[in-house]
Design a protein around this ligand. Sequence first.
Ligand code: 5AD
Ligand code: SF4
Length: 467
Amino acid sequence: MSTQRPPARAYVETYGCQMNISDGELMEGILERGGYTIVDSPDAADVVLVNTCAIREHAETRVLGRVSQLNGLKRDRPDMVIGVTGCMAQRMGETLLDQAPYVDLVMGPDGYRTLPDVLANLDDKRAGRTTTTIEDVVERPRKRGPQLAVLQLDVDENYQGLEQRRADGPSAWVPIQRGCNHRCTYCIVPYVRGPEKNRATDEIVAEVRGLAEQGVTEITLLGQTVNSWSYDDVTFPRLLQRVGRVDGIRRVRYTSPHPNDVTDELVEVMATEPTVCAHLHLPAQAGNNRTLKRMLRRYTVESLLEKIDLLRAAIPDIALSTDIIVAFPGETHEEFEDTLDLMRVARFHEAYTYKYSLRDGTPATRLPEEDFVDPDEAQARLEELIRVSRGIQAEINESEVGRVEDVLIEDEGRDPGQIRGRTERNKVVVFDGDPSRIGAYTRVRLERTTGSTFAGSEVGRPVTVSA
Ligand code: 5AD
Ligand code: SF4
């Protein structure tokens, strides 16, 4: 479609959840195959993509600030392209181009396959070269070359056949599903990522094999409701089993599951497959039935606790973490206290806690105005929830001091001479060691806890005494 271009450099900056980080890697892979060199700073880049999150208002405010800061780079390099991709780009669409007129491209999560073509198209248009029209690209005229918008959601786009550009390391995240078929009334995800689209079993397993051959030993399967994944007649537990049995894979996790798809079959695979970790992030969202119903979570506190019992009966040692939203519109103080009770009964090892954030276009925005919880009250509930959940986390972790655990060494520690690893149950532990051992597994005694993380020491390694 266009003339030969000089080599260009691209930089992708990602915000938000693990799915988005994985999408960032996917965009890098697509750009690299499209002839771009990926660089790790915006300063030297010809194309800067900010890959955004829309889950809470705060995430979006941060991105708008960052994009305006990046615009400063255009002063010296007016040809630089600034693109905004991901969930916020999809949510705001062309209004983002009005609000941030220096943005050259907005692209939603189903457009990434076309990135190199769309960027080439933009380049041609700026240079006044003849271009072919690309389907689904909306063009808006502007003095300094047009702005482009790619916002079509595609029920078939699961990025089959495309490879991510991954950082070297022992762990890899493998997306197996995009989008979501639920409609939790607070959540923007179904509107910006469309319905659930599952990847083919063989492709997933082949990708895991390839990663294992490159030295990856830990896999996390990713999806918005990852355990509702199925393909032809393969269910999620069978996929988990197949992935766990790939030669070289020592740890398998998955995130985030929906509690309703925690089945007997899944629990059995978790309990019996040695590589499937004794850890699960199980979003509860609230501990009151009226709130859960109005959130359209499709379970009750009782049925959630049954799932937790099922997991703990089969895997007594399992570490469960969760997500909780406080101050959902209409939540009374008593109903909030039910959530605190759930925390005390379920005893999650960790909780990610959020204040309800209004997302335009979601059903909860249509609740009566007087239902919206006063911001000071919402803040007080959040702080109380954090206090309770941190207390429980600290109690659990203190009871685990003295245990000896298998640890995958992931990174350097904060202090020189220290390294940081993770146990099978997803607990972070710091201990003395050499960074050259990143990627190795070792045995570590947990010696102290800050409440949330541990300090430990390796066991069974000969002590080297320097002369
Ligand atoms: N407000 C606050 N928290 C939200 N989450 C999703 N949507 C909202 C919202 N509108 C939380 C949920 C979800 C996590 C990723 O973000 O707890 O599990
Ligand atoms: Fe959002 Fe609910 Fe889907 Fe999770 S299951 S992505 S909270 S709609």
